[in-house]
Design a protein around this ligand. Structure first.
Ligand SMILES: Cc1cc2nc3c(=O)[nH]c(=O)nc-3n(C[C@H](O)[C@H](O)[C@H](O)COP(=O)(O)OP(=O)(O)OC[C@H]3O[C@@H](n4cnc5c(N)ncnc54)[C@H](O)[C@@H]3O)c2cc1C
Length: 553
């Protein structure tokens, strides 16, 4: 396919491209590569100073891959990349993942089409020209037929609204915006708010150095051993030798990992057999715990209870003080919040310098310049670490708030529900594609692979439009409705929607509260393939308005 715009063209103060990409994390980087390979002109913007997204921002102590680990948290589009890159550990630390992403950017010369330290502050669709115009924080304007929103499912940080928090005069850090310079905890009294994935990774590391750590816990969590270990040269060699077979397995697996699906129900086994399996998985650790589990932990209350009881027993075994262990007992359905991998988290409560405050019994009343005051009294602190997560999945796109047909804003369109089709497109917002947005498997999938697969679908779609002289694509109303029903029907057959979590938007006041991720696993990719095969029948396709095309330079 040849592009009409191989090079960026200037027309007045507007630069014209085929594709504008917002975000230069794992997803946006692949977008730059993929669309460029198709011969399209691209421009990517990122507010960060360099590539990496999540891995550029989340530099807190203990930050690691906490899904199924390396070497399978990676791109699959280039065999050479797999052949030449060595991973040191199964749960790669943040700096190792960032090294890899930087290598990808260098190897494919991606930075030349990315502008950093530039936020896209506005995006508007023009119906006459069938193009999007974006405005940046540097006062630039760019126009493109296609807008790719690779803005991140976990990129807008969530800061809790607590009385006096801005009056606190000590150092304050959010795990999702960690400084690039080293942070010293030595001799400091540190309060940590939040015991999700980031807090549970950070707390044991901070405790090793700090004078004292006060953990302010709203929700006790189930957490599982990370099982991090070095990857042996033999394992790397095997992964390289079997790359094609491994990739095929990743494509077939519901979560995008090279594992066979489990077919056994927990209820087929006796309590003793179940305990033996849980114990074996606990000893092994890593995300394999979930991949090798029974197939009904997320759907059967009884199966769920058996695993929840096992983990609660483990917490009691590890934490020596029974009162602290009581406070750490989770009471939701296990795995209905983001499964957490830990390395020394529960053991940290056996240290003399770690105190746990259960905010459900002893809530925060306010911060002062030097302390946090809970109902039971004042706790002097020097540093506050907010491990309070993100306005996840939809939050960053809503912050951008693109304006579609008739100037309608996404905030208006999504006021009651995150209407979308295939987790990629939104009615009223032609030619806009989201990556890892609501309605897609998103955070329930190996995310680099998910981004590749979504981008490949978008590429085919763009090719179809160009080959058929079509100017715009957007979903039909009935497609969106049917997709929304499918997403909810699958979710409602599980225990996931029964627990408040960032998956259901419960951490952000005012957000539509429902489970918006597509949990159908690889059926999602069947649906994408069907849409392509059926020539996009679930969409409205509009002829190209030739008059609206920008003048070539
Ligand atoms: C600590 C941590 C550990 C994780 N571990 C795993 C794991 O083990 N496995 C897994 O699959 N996933 C994991 N994830 C999820 C991770 O977010 C994804 O794997 C992946 O990195 C997402 O890449 P992305 O490019 O889609 O988004 P991001 O990496 O979030 O990148 C989005 C980029 O868009 C930019 N941006 C947003 N809005 C704008 C705007 N308006 N203008 C300009 N730029 C903008 C942001 O600055 C950011 O750089 C983890 C997440 C965290 C926080």
């Amino acid at each position: 396919m040849t592009s009409q715009n191989q090079e960026p063209r200037e027309s007045g103060s507007i630069e014209n491209y085929d594709v504008v990409i917002i975000g230069a994390g794992v997803s946006g980087l692949y977008a730059v590569h993929h669309f460029r390979e198709m011969g399209l002109s691209v421009r990517a913007y990122d507010g960060a100073s360099d590539v990496g997204g999540t891995w550029w921002y989340n530099r807190y102590p203990g930050a690691r891959v906490d899904g199924p680990g390396s070497p399978f948290y990676c791109y699959t589009f280039s065999e050479e990349l797999m052949q030449e890159w060595d991973w040191a550990e199964t749960q790669s630390e943040q700096s190792a993942v960032l090294d890899y992403i930087e290598h990808v950017a260098d190897r494919f010369d991606l930075r030349r089409d990315i502008q950093f330290e530039t936020w896209v502050e506005d995006a508007r669709y023009d119906e006459a020209t069938q193009r999007w115009t974006v405005e940046t924080s540097r006062g630039q304007r760019a126009s493109a037929q296609f807008l790719i929103c690779a803005v991140g499912a976990l990129s807008t940080t969530n800061k809790p609204d607590i009385a006096g928090i801005d009056d606190f005069a000590g150092e304050t850090y959010h795990t999702g915006r960690w400084p690039h310079e080293p942070v010293s905890f030595a001799g400091k009294r540190v309060a940590v708010i939040g015991t999700g994935s980031s807090g549970i990774q950070a707390i044991p590391e901070i405790a090793k150095e700090a004078d004292h750590v006060t953990v302010l816990q709203r929700t006790p969590q189930f957490a599982f051993p990370a099982g991090n270990r070095p990857i042996t040269p033999e394992e790397m060699a095997e992964a390289r030798a079997n790359f094609d077979a491994i990739r095929a397995k990743m494509y077939a697996n519901a979560g995008g990992f090279p594992h066979d699906a489990q077919t056994r129900s927990a209820l087929e086994d006796t309590p003793e057999q179940r305990k033996a399996l849980y114990e074996e998985l606990w000893q092994q650790g890593s995300f394999k715990f979930f991949l090798n589990l029974y197939n009904d932990i997320a759907t059967s209350e009884e199966a769920n209870q058996s695993l929840a009881d096992f983990v609660r027993g483990k917490i009691r075994e590890i934490v020596k003080d029974p009162e602290t262990a009581d406070k750490l007992m989770p009471d939701h359905y296990v795995i209905t919040k983001r499964p957490i991998l830990e390395d020394g988290y529960f053991e940290a409560y056996n240290r003399d310098n770690v105190t746990l405050i259960d905010l459900r019994e002893d809530p925060i009343e306010r911060f002062t310049p030097t302390s946090v005051i809970t109902r039971s009294g004042e706790h002097p602190i020097d540093m506050l670490v907010l491990a309070t997560g993100f306005d996840a999945i939809s939050g960053t796109l809503l912050r951008l708030n693109p304006k579609g047909r008739g100037g309608m804003s996404l905030k208006e369109r999504w006021s009651d529900r995150f209407h979308n089709y295939l987790g990629l497109t939104i009615r009223g917002f032609p030619n806009l594609f989201m990556i890892h947005g609501p309605g897609s498997p998103g955070v329930f999938y190996n995310m680099p692979l998910g981004a590749e697969r979504q981008m490949d679908w978008i590429g085919k779609c763009i090719r179809h439009l160009r080959e058929h002289d079509l100017g715009a694509i957007e979903p039909r109303a009935e497609s969106e409705e049917a997709w929304g029903n499918e997403v909810s029907a699958i979710a409602n057959a599980t225990l996931f929607p029964r627990t408040d979590s960032w998956w259901t938007g419960a951490n952000i006041p005012g957000k539509p509260r429902y489970f918006s991720a597509y949990l159908g696993g690889s059926i999602y990719y069947q649906r994408l393939a069907e849409a392509t095969e059926k020539q996009y029948e679930g969409f409205e396709l509009e002829e190209a308005h030739r008059a609206g095309d920008p003048e070539p330079s």
